[in-house]
Design a protein around this ligand. Structure first.
Ligand code: SF4
Length: 258
C-alpha cells in the first residue's frame, strides 16, 4: 500500500466496535470535501464507454482502485481481438490480463459468463438498446445477468445510462461507515445504496463515487487507516476517536516509570 504508515502505538481502534454518526453539519462538510477530492480524478475514460463495455469495466472496478480497473480493462482490450475472443478464452488467460485485481479467478468466470449470456440472447455484443428501455427497465435488465450484482448494475446506471445510482463496494461501505455517513449497523448493500442515493444529489453521484474511492485508496485502508494524513479527519468521527486514542496512549506511555 503506497505511503502506508504502520501504527506505532497500541491504540484502541473504534471501527470494529461502536461507531458514531457524523452530525448534520459535519456530514455537509464531509460531502463537500469528498466532492472536492473527486475534482481531480486520475482518469475518467469510462464515461464514454458503451453499455456492454461499461458493464465489463464495472466488473473490474468493484473493490479496486481506478488505476487497477483501468489497467485490467485496457489489458483485456489490448490482448484480445474482440469480446468474442474473450468469451471463448480460458479463465487462466483472462486472469493474467486482469492481474493486479483481487480474486481474478471469480472475475474471469463472471466475465466469460456475462459475454456468453449476452451472445446467447442477442447474437452480438451490443447492449446499446438499454438506452431505449427506460431507466427502471434497463436497471432491472442489467442486474438479471448471472454475472451482475448490485454494484455493477448501479455502476452502469450511473456512468452510462444517466440515472441516479451509487455503486457500493467494500471500500465504499467501509469508508462511509467510518465517516458516519451511514449507520454502522446497516450492512445490506441495497439499503446502504438507497441511503447514499438519498443523501447525494444526482448531479454529484459520480463525484461522490470517485471521491470516496480516492479516500479509501489513499487513507482509509481496511487495516490501520492513515487517519493522521486524511483530509477528512476533522469531521470524521472515527478519525477523531483514533486521534483521541493515540493521544491517550501517548500520555500513558509517557507516564510509565522507566
Ligand atoms: S479519518 Fe479518514 S482514514 Fe480515518 S477513518 Fe475517517 S475517513 Fe477513514
Amino acid at each position: 500500500m503506497p505511503g502506508h504508515v504502520p501504527a506505532s502505538t497500541s491504540v484502541t481502534i473504534p471501527w470494529e466496535g461502536e461507531r458514531h454518526m457524523a452530525t448534520t453539519t459535519n456530514k455537509q462538510r464531509l460531502f463537500t470535501q469528498l466532492l472536492t477530492l473527486a475534482e481531480h480524478p486520475a482518469g475518467g475514460f469510462e464515461e464514454t464507454l458503451p453499455v456492454l463495455e461499461q458493464f465489463i469495466y464495472g466488473l473490474c472496478r468493484e473493490n479496486a482502485t481506478r488505476e487497477q480497473a483501468d489497467s485490467a480493462f485496457e489489458n483485456l482490450k489490448d490482448r484480445f481481438f474482440d469480446w468474442n475472443e474473450i468469451r471463448v478464452s480460458t479463465n487462466r488467460e483472462l486472469e493474467e490480463a486482469m492481474e493486479g485485481l483481487s480474486d481474478t479467478e471469480t472475475r474471469a468466470q463472471r466475465l466469460i459468463s456475462f459475454l456468453q449470456e449476452v451472445f446467447e440472447t442477442d447474437f452480438s455484443f451490443d447492449l446499446e438498446g438499454m438506452h431505449k428501455k427506460g431507466l427502471k427497465v434497463a436497471a432491472k435488465a442489467l442486474v438479471r445477468y448471472g454475472a451482475s450484482n448490485d454494484y455493477v448494475g448501479a455502476w452502469v446506471v450511473q456512468r452510462s445510462l444517466g440515472g441516479h445510482a451509487i455503486p457500493v463496494d467494500a471500500p465504499t461501505l467501509r469508508c462511509a461507515q467510518r465517516l458516519g455517513i451511514i449507520d454502522a449497523e446497516v450492512e445490506e448493500i441495497e439499503a446502504v445504496r438507497a441511503t447514499l442515493e438519498h443523501l447525494v444529489p444526482k448531479t454529484k453521484n459520480q463525484a461522490f463515487t470517485d471521491g470516496i474511492s480516492e479516500v479509501a485508496e489513499q487513507f482509509c485502508w481496511e487495516e490501520e487507516p492513515n487517519c493522521s494524513a486524511c483530509p477528512l479527519r476533522a469531521d470524521c468521527p472515527t478519525g477523531q476517536e483514533v486521534g483521541a486514542g493515540a493521544v491517550a496512549a501517548g500520555r500513558a506511555t509517557r507516564a510509565k516509570p522507566r
